[in-house]
Ligand binder design. Structure first.
Ligand code: OMP
Length: 214
């Protein structure tokens, strides 16, 4: 994944033609396009392959199963030209390792802590351990909450030079500059971009904010 705009678009629209239109419009400006269940379930996994013409596609299936099933899922995703996957770490080392092995050098991001309020109920108790797991299995990086810059700062101490990608910017209340200043490498932004009247303009505004603060 290139590191230029430091912006990853979360393309959570459920209309395939809209997804392709937005990707064509902003794909060259962002560092990656993240797709997850909303778009994949509505359009089929082939959408990953189609979007790959516009840039790196990060497949956010939050993979969370036994090692063999994780491997089977990750293989399908990488067969469709995904540049990376997002996996849950709470399933344990063997399950995450299965994804890293299936990725064959492509990116694997482990969720250390989620961005929504509910993350405080369970996952936050294990964030540091999940970040340590990402280091141990030699994942590419972690997902850390853009809504809690102080947690990004803390998790950065654990992961050293692994990448940190941070969702929760904009609609969820986080700020791109605060997340990046706290130690994130990339911010993930969805609705602020794809719900804008002009997604390209929204991307350009975010990029100028990011560059003013970095
Ligand atoms: P917006 O809130 O619309 O900007 O979208 C955020 C995107 O990041 C969505 O695709 C979420 O599924 C995803 N996300 C989070 O919001 N919080 C997390 O803790 C983890 C993710 C993720 O794994 O990408």
């Amino acid at each position: 994944m290139k590191k230029k705009s430091r912006l990853i678009l979360a393309l959570d629209v459920t209309d395939k033609s809209e997804a392709l239109r937005i990707a064509a419009d902003v794909g060259a400006l962002v560092d990656a396009i993240k797709v997850g269940y909303p778009l994949i379930l509505s359009s089929g996994l082939g959408i990953v392959n189609e979007l790959a013409q516009y840039g790196d596609v990060l497949c956010d299936l939050k993979i969370a199963d036994i090692p063999n099933t994780n491997r089977l899922i990750a293989e399908q995703v990488f067969k469709n030209r995904a540049a990376g996957v997002i996996v849950h770490g709470f399933t344990g080392k063997d399950s995450v390792e299965a994804c890293v092995a299936a990725a064959k050098g492509k990116d694997v991001f482990v969720i250390a802590e989620m961005s929504h309020p509910g993350a405080k109920q369970f996952i936050q108790f294990f964030s540091e351990a999940l970040a340590e797991l990402a280091v141990e299995v030699r994942a590419t990086g972690i997902v850390a909450p853009g809504t809690r810059p102080e947690r990004i700062k803390k998790l950065r101490e654990t992961v050293g030079d692994l990448l940190i990608i941070a969702p929760g910017i904009g609609v969820q209340g986080g700020s791109a500059s605060a997340a990046l200043t706290a130690g994130a490498d990339y911010v993930i932004v969805g609705r602020t971009i794809y719900e804008a009247q002009q997604p390209k303009k929204a991307v350009e505004e975010l990029i100028s904010q990011i560059h003013m603060h970095s």
